[in-house]
Design a protein. Sequence first.
Length: 202
Amino acid sequence: MITTIKTYFIKTFRGLSKRPLSSILMIGSLAVGLALSSILYIFIDRENKTDSYHDHVDNTYRLLSNDPCEGGTMAYTSGALPEYLSNFPEIRFSTSVSDLVRDGVSLKDGEKEYEKSQVLGIDSSFFKTFNFPVRGRGAKAPLGKYDIILTEATTLRVFGERNPIGEELVIEYDTISVPVKVVGVIEEMLENSHFKFEALVS
């Protein structure tokens, strides 16, 4: 068996050495093909698994419309959404998500100010649609007007090992300053998600 394999290797090497240019082209083409196939597989696999940890992922859709101002696409605003969805009674519920400020907001703990954080504004249906694991509150409980939920990474950055539940922060952006109370912590934010945020407010 070993002798047979050795013979195959010798014949292959001799064949390649007789036609070096064509051999390099064939081996190079094979290597490039394998590399591209691997990259394509990784990309498709990642896309298929994006946000796959949510219960309703197979029946969750993002609604976009043409943007009359910028000429691109934009998500439906919360004002237009109910009217549009009234034509589709099979839709069980909808949720609206938006950037509080596109460039991020500052979080302050007393006199200490932290680097800007990406904060999303959500409505009462957010946790019906997406089941992020939240510590410190009921998963389905709506956020109050001055409540805030932090990610685990933001909690460690602001409070360290201290329990953040019930602690107060101040959100600052432009000339606006809003006091908020921490009511929950999202235990784990997976990287394979189209949601990119560090805090949630209502």
